[in-house]
Design a protein around this ligand. Structure first.
Ligand SMILES: Cc1cc2nc3c(=O)[nH]c(=O)nc-3n(C[C@H](O)[C@H](O)[C@H](O)COP(=O)(O)OP(=O)(O)OC[C@H]3O[C@@H](n4cnc5c(N)ncnc54)[C@H](O)[C@@H]3O)c2cc1C
Length: 432
């Protein structure tokens, strides 16, 4: 059984699988390790912004996505209490893909993973990474098969963390457990059939202690996903002893938000509520441990803007463009220096593309979660509904990466250089 690879990728969400497709297509030997069995449901609003659709084409799943995703999303609404404001979503400047759409993660992630396997990646699933150690050029990774508990040891010069942010690697767990607080955001998601959501409308929800969204995804299913502060959820659960957390959240949303109440009137929930968290929006890029990070493992914006899948796909694309262009040889001795340079330039690319999204999302989330902030937001948007459209633009909905990174696989174009900023202000969650 093969144990030595050019790259080990941990996690087969949109970030990990798309990186595996790209590197395997470029001729790298890749191990992609995923601890869960697919298809699996995942807490997510499941909206894929139009700016990613050229990437899905390049990754080889564009046709499947087009066949299966929900209706084109052309309008956005903000709902708070009994109020609602509606505005147009901006169209993406690619005539083939002007509008985003939603696709259940059980389908999207399975399509990407199957494509990674077809491109030649060695997929270990369900296997969990237990430990990753070593330096750039000599990474050692211990993986454990879920069913048998069997251990394997893999080696590769390049290690890419794509394990998301809600499930820390075993060695990080104790630290995250200690750091819990009442302001932590917990995330919930459920699917419903027969909801009353106008096709093509994407409502964003603002409520006391949290925010959320609804969308019509594949198979005419409605996805409802939200985040709520841990202390607010505790208070709701104390007031409804014996009720499951997801049911308490659903009751609260119907009570507090007329738009949710009307949309779910007569709808039937399919399956149970899923929960995950705590979410820690912010930047997680590091340069001291010799690994590369993509997707949520590199950093995440508050999901109120629904840009996490975009950032997963696009950050994988940015990193792989760097790796393909900059890897000099497979000799381990040369690895440390080029990887350090590639990591610094990738970090600059990452900030250039995603830092504005993190800032907009943090500002919007903080307003939406506070009753006074949400009232000001609604009053402003009622006067200037076009600000909702602008907000979608500022949060990256129509910002692709195709202008600086060609999207056709197999073309050996290197990335254009993004200058490293001399100084910059810290991003949410980042320490200066
Ligand atoms: C409430 C909510 C709503 C959202 N709505 C949207 C939306 O509408 N649109 C949007 O674009 N984004 C949305 N997001 C964000 C989006 O879900 C994430 O940003 C996205 O899933 C990140 O992708 P990823 O590939 O980085 O990580 P993930 O999708 O989290 O994938 C990580 C993978 O790594 C695996 N893994 C973890 N640990 C290990 C290990 N030790 N060994 C092996 N495998 C491991 C996991 O099983 C998982 O499959 C939302 C998020 C939330 C919480």
């Amino acid at each position: 059984m093969q144990t030595d690879f050019d790259a080990i990728i941990i996690g087969a969400g949109p970030a990990g699988s798309s990186a595996a497709i790209r590197l395997a297509t470029a001729g790298w030997s890749v191990a992609l390790i995923e601890k869960q069995t697919f298809p699996r449901r995942k807490v997510c609003g499941e909206c894929v912004a139009a700016s990613n659709l050229p990437l899905l084409d390049a990754l080889g799943i564009g046709r499947d996505f087009a066949d299966q995703a929900g209706p084109e999303l052309k309008r956005v609404a903000l709902m708070h209490g009994v109020q609602s404001v509606l505005a147009d979503l901006p169209a993406f400047g690619d005539a083939r893909h002007p509008w985003g759409r939603a696709l259940g993660r059980e389908t999207l992630d399975t399509l990407l993973l199957a494509r990674a396997r077809a491109a030649g990646a060695t997929v270990l699933q369900p296997w969990a990474v237990q430990k990753i150690s070593g330096l750039a050029g000599r990474h050692h990774c211990t993986v454990r098969e879920a069913l048998s508990g069997r251990l394997r040891h893999l080696r590769a010069p390049v290690a890419i963390l794509a394990h998301g942010s809600w499930e820390p690697l075993p060695e990080e767990r104790a630290v995250q457990r200690m750091a819990r607080s009442g302001s932590d955001l917990l995330a919930f998601k459920a699917n419903f059939s027969a909801g009353n959501l106008a096709a093509g409308t994407l409502p964003v929800l603002a409520f006391d202690g949290g925010y959320g969204g609804m969308v019509q995804a594949d198979g005419a299913q409605l996805t409802l996903a939200c985040c709520i502060r841990a202390d607010r959820l505790d208070a709701l659960r104390r007031a409804a002893p014996g009720r499951a957390a997801g049911d308490v959240v659903e009751d609260m949303l119907k009570r507090q938000c007329q738009g949710v109440r009307e949309t779910l009137d007569g709808a039937i929930r399919c399956g149970s509520w899923l929960a995950s968290g705590p979410l820690r929006p912010g930047v997680r890029l590091r340069d001291d441990d010799g690994v590369f990070r993509i997707g949520n493992a590199a950093g995440g914006a508050h999901p109120i803007i629904g840009e996490g899948i975009s950032m997963a796909l696009q950050s994988a694309w940015l990193l792989c463009a760097r790796l393909e262009a900059e890897r000099p040889s497979r000799a381990a001795g040369a690895q440390v220096n080029w990887q350090r340079g590639a990591r610094a330039r990738y970090a600059a690319d990452w900030r250039h593309h995603f830092a504005p999204r993190l800032r907009v999302a943090a500002g919007l989330a903080n307003l939406a979660m506070r009753p006074a902030g949400a009232m000001v937001l609604m009053a402003t948007l009622k006067r200037f509904p076009n600000l909702l459209t602008r907000g979608a633009i500022w949060s990256g909905k129509v910002r692709g990466i195709t202008e600086c990174f060609p999207v056709s696989l197999g073309l050996q174009h290197g990335p254009q250089t993004t200058a490293l900023p001399a100084s910059r202000s810290p991003l949410p969650g980042e320490h200066p």
